[in-house]
Design a binder for this molecule. Structure first.
Ligand SMILES: [Zn+2]
Length: 427
């Protein structure tokens, strides 16, 4: 990504996502953001922006300098979608239609639905085409203000196939494994995650086959992915019908041993004790949490693990939301993400999850905003994304409103006006 020499945004209602004593969102009126070299170098009053830019070494006559007048609009950090299954082929609209008329899990499975309906098409699609599908989804997210997308593998399940899915993510765009962008594709930033999604059909025949699969994932695939720097973290689907708590421990311990961060899908259907395990392992995030015990919540709070709320999937499956009031009371930070996936939440942009987080989950507007900016970045192990402050990434969005509450309030309305990644206007 090439950065212009500089970018000066003036006249904004700047939501910094850096709390002040009386405002958790740190909103500043008639404010400016000065960026250079892909980073924010200064945030302050619009009247002081030119002087701040000169002090930062920006030549005001530089023809590559970009000036944006926000005209009183809201300016926020670029949104961070910290939980997506970005790479897959196929379409499960028929399954959606079956569920809409009341079909249960068994009927859907008998009709060829479920993950098998994604596994087949994904395995049959070449890496370059998978990358193109992922890039298209990422492009639509970017246009809606998402400047960073976490992207999981997990729809091939064979060890080589999972490597291919991570390679597809690398081919789809600009991979960001901790501040340095690489890859030839367009923004947004993609943060790849190796996901142990399910035991594949080929390994379900016997306990020995299952154990061999878990051992291969832990002892072969995870070190391979770490050595090739294909992902920054490992995620495990720890639930009834997926991986057991013991298997999750085995996989995540291997990830830690290989130098990768850890996270997991826990408690979507059943509480297996995953929250406590993630706290013990110092995970970046615990995702779903529709089912979690008080002890699990206390453990997440004590360990500072981010709880990732996925309301679009929860509502589509007609499940009860997670215990948001208990998470808040315990001091667990909450992120909000799309859970983009073809089975339960083909949701590419954050407007509707933000609406559901406020109206259905009972999160405040401030919690929801932090959940798609600063806290979402924390769920990716990053403190330089999701905020606008000196040193942070120059990823920002100018919105067609001056009200932060408009994003969750105006249901699904696309309000992104101008999107900037690494100091360059990209949408
Ligand atoms: Zn998920």
């Amino acid at each position: 990504m090439s950065h212009a020499a500089g970018l000066i945004v003036t006249g904004g209602r700047v939501l910094t996502a850096v709390a002040t004593p009386d405002d958790p969102l740190g909103v500043r009126d008639d404010a400016a953001v000065v960026c250079r070299g892909g980073r924010v170098v200064w945030v302050g009053a619009s009247a002081d922006a030119e002087a701040a830019a000169r002090a930062a070494g920006i030549d005001p006559r530089d023809p590559t300098l970009v000036r944006l007048d926000a005209g009183g609009r809201l300016v926020s950090p670029g949104l961070v979608d910290c939980h997506t299954h970005l790479v897959f082929a196929g379409n499960r609209a028929a399954e959606f239609a079956l569920r809409a008329r009341g079909a249960g899990y068994q009927e859907i499975a008998a009709a060829g639905g479920g993950i098998a309906a994604t596994l087949g098409p994904t395995r049959a699609t070449p890496v370059d085409q998978l990358a193109a599908l992922a890039a298209g989804r990422a492009r639509r997210a970017l246009a809606a203000g998402t400047t960073t997308l976490e992207a999981k593998s997990g729809y091939d399940l064979t060890l080589d196939g999972e490597v291919a899915l991570l390679e597809a993510i690398h081919a789809a765009g600009h991979v960001d494994l901790g501040g340095k962008l690489r890859g030839a594709g367009p923004p947004p930033r993609l943060v790849p995650t190796l996901l142990a999604h399910l035991v594949p059909p080929e390994a379900r025949g016997s306990a020995a086959a299952r154990a061999a699969y878990v051992a291969g994932f832990a002892d072969d695939l995870i070190p391979r992915v770490a050595a090739a720097r294909l992902a920054s973290s490992v995620d495990v689907y720890c639930d009834d019908g997926a991986f057991t708590l013991d298997e999750t421990r085995r996989l995540l311990t291997a990830a830690r041993g290989a130098g990768l961060a850890v996270r997991a899908h826990v408690g979507q259907f059943a509480d297996l004790g995953g929250a406590e395990l993630l706290a013990e392992l110092g995970a970046w995030s615990a995702d779903h949490l529709e089912q979690v015990s008080d002890a699990g919540i206390a453990a997440l709070a004590a360990a500072g693990v981010v709880a990732v709320m996925l309301p679009a999937a929860c509502v589509q499956l007609r499940m009860t939301p997670p215990p948001v009031a208990k998470l808040r009371a315990a001091g667990v930070a909450m992120a909000v993400a799309t859970d983009l996936n073809p089975g339960t939440s083909w949701c590419e942009t954050l407007e509707v999850p933000m609406w559901l987080a406020t109206t259905h989950y009972g999160m405040t507007v401030e919690e929801t905003w932090l959940g798609v900016t600063r806290v979402a970045a924390r769920a990716l192990g990053r403190d330089d994304l999701g905020v606008l402050s000196p040193g942070s990434a120059a990823d920002l969005v100018v919105w067609d409103t001056d009200q932060p509450a408009d994003l969750p309030y105006r249901i699904g309305v696309p309000l992104a006006h101008t999107v900037v990644v690494a100091g360059a206007v990209v949408a």
